[in-house]
Design a protein around this ligand. Structure first.
Ligand code: GDP
Ligand code: GDP
Length: 455
């Protein structure tokens, strides 16, 4: 399915090229460097808070007949509008409306293509006047924007979504924004093992690496006390080799320090590991169960937006294994209410049991942590979720939830648009977040929801 097409229209100098660059992003804006390019249509792929479309810049068409629309500019605009799903009509909010703006508006009012008026250069107060004038164009409510400063993009998203939502590419989850799934698989999995002293971290790392140990030394984001180890993990199911970069935070200092000091350092180590890692394995000791310190480390990992796996080590010497496992499962769900159903595995660093499953789970959770849900699919899910359980009306006043978009990956972050969102109860936000995780395949990855009330 082709991307929907959006065309930018406006008189010279209102900021069309700047807006184009802003929407296309730095990667494709390189096109800008090609000589003569501003004389032609510049077409780029735009990505706005999870909405995908192609964007056509008409800058540079205006020169000859700039004073009069029926000239070359009108012809060009007409041609460009033909294939467009939507036109952004840009005005300069600082300069206010000019006769040429009025003329373009007259022409656009006759067009069947949906128009969104963009009052650009609206940063600060200097744009207020032009913004108010733009209401009078009769082309709907203008969106106040600063292309140069990147302000107002969420409002632009909100204005575009109803027009472009149904034209979004189909239901496939996308992994990275800029890299494809292969790239994700080629990039080493950055994995950290954290846990209290004597949980078996060093033993586990040695068991994983066997003789393949390869020290890569300190690098950015890794403390002096940490070592990054590059390693190839062989998937036992497929025989495929996959790169892993393991961080060993505790290994080095351990010999020098007494245990009660180490206990305190476990949290500090976890912090360092989190800076580095995509996925963190919290290692528990089967002979001690889940302790307060473990929950503290787990919360820290989740607060920092990293994907978390819990592994119960020393399974070879666990008493009453199934009661232990169920007890830890219940305690995790209770103690970490923000993420129910974390991956929980039983392993033995000593015998090697469960280690391949653990690494496999880490790759899976990274894929979920890295993925993007297309806006169309997300909003179909959203409508259904609201249908099943409508938002409450505190004090008899309705809270209106309008759209949701995934604005971020790694970790996934969602933005919810609506009115009176300050009154939206936490329980309802949790309902949405849990639904996103369950229904859209984020599993136990921490998902963030930001609320954005319309003015
Ligand atoms: P175009 O001719 O419509 O493509 O306009 P350009 O994108 O070339 O921008 C014209 C001028 O307006 C440039 O000097 C930009 O730096 C400036 N400009 C663009 N966007 C903004 C904005 O949001 N705020 C302000 N203050 N200036 C802007
Ligand atoms: P660290 O402080 O977390 O790095 O823990 P170590 O790797 O030094 O292990 C602490 C103790 O637990 C050592 O005596 C290990 O031999 C033992 N240990 C580690 N893993 C296992 C395991 O899977 N099973 C058993 N029975 N003992 C283990």
């Amino acid at each position: 399915m082709a991307l929907p097409q959006v065309i930018i229209i406006g008189r010279p100098n209102v900021g069309k090229s700047t807006l184009w660059n802003r929407l296309v992003g730095k990667k494709l804006a390189l096109v800008d460097d090609q000589p003569g390019v501003t004389r032609d249509r510049r077409i780029g792929e735009a990505h706005l808070l999870g909405l995908d479309f192609t964007i056509v810049d008409t800058a540079g068409w205006e020169d000859e007949d700039a004073a009069s629309l029926p000239g070359r500019m009108r012809k060009q605009t007409e041609a460009a509008l033909e294939g467009a799903d939507l036109a952004l009509f840009v005005i300069d909010a600082r300069a206010g409306l000019t006769p040429l703006d009025e003329e373009i508006a007259r022409y656009l009012r006759e067009s069947t293509v949906p128009i969104v008026v963009v009052a650009n250069k609206a940063e600060g107060k200097a744009g207020d006047h032009g913004l108010f004038e733009a209401f009078a164009l009769g082309l709907g409510d203008p969106v106040a924007l600063s292309a140069e400063h990147g302000e107002g993009l969420a409002d632009l998203f909100e204005a575009l979504l109803p027009h472009l939502e149904d034209k979004q590419p189909d239901n496939e989850f996308e992994p990275f924004d800029e890299e494809d799934e292969d790239a994700l698989n080629r990039a080493p999995l950055k994995l950290a093992i954290v846990g209290r002293p004597n949980a078996g971290k060093s033993t586990l790392i040695n068991a994983l690496l066997k003789e393949d140990r390869l020290l890569t030394g300190p690098e950015a984001g890794i403390t002096r006390d940490s070592i990054a180890v590059d390693w190839q993990w062989t998937d036992p199911d497929t025989g495929e080799e996959r790169p892993v970069r393991l961080i060993d935070t505790a290994g080095m200092r351990k010999k020098a320090l007494v245990t009660d000091k180490l206990e305190k350092l476990a949290v500090a180590d976890a912090r360092h590991a989190i800076d580095f890692a995509e996925v963190v394995v919290l290692l528990l000791d089967a002979t001690r169960g889940l302790e307060h310190q473990d929950l503290k480390i787990a919360s820290l990992v989740l607060e920092e937006g990293r994907a978390l796996i819990v592994a119960i080590n020393k399974w070879d010497v666990a008493d009453d294994a199934s009661a232990l496992f169920n007890g830890i499962r219940a305690a995790l769900d209770e103690g970490l209410a923000q993420v129910k159903g974390l991956p929980l595995l039983a392993v033995s660093a000593r015998t090697g049991k469960g280690l391949d499953q653990m690494i496999k789970a880490a790759f899976d959770v990274r894929a979920a942590w890295s993925k993007r849900v297309p806006t169309g699919l997300l909003n179909r899910w959203f409508d259904e979720a609201l249908g099943k359980n409508p938002p409450p009306a505190p004090g008899g006043k309705r809270i209106k939830l309008r759209y949701i978009t995934q604005a971020k990956i790694r970790p996934p972050g969602f933005v919810l648009f609506g009115t009176r969102l300050d009154d939206l109860p936490m329980s309802y936000q949790r309902y949405l977040v849990n639904g996103i995780r369950r229904d859209l395949g984020f599993d136990a990855v921490p998902v963030r929801l930001t609320l954005r009330s319309a003015k």
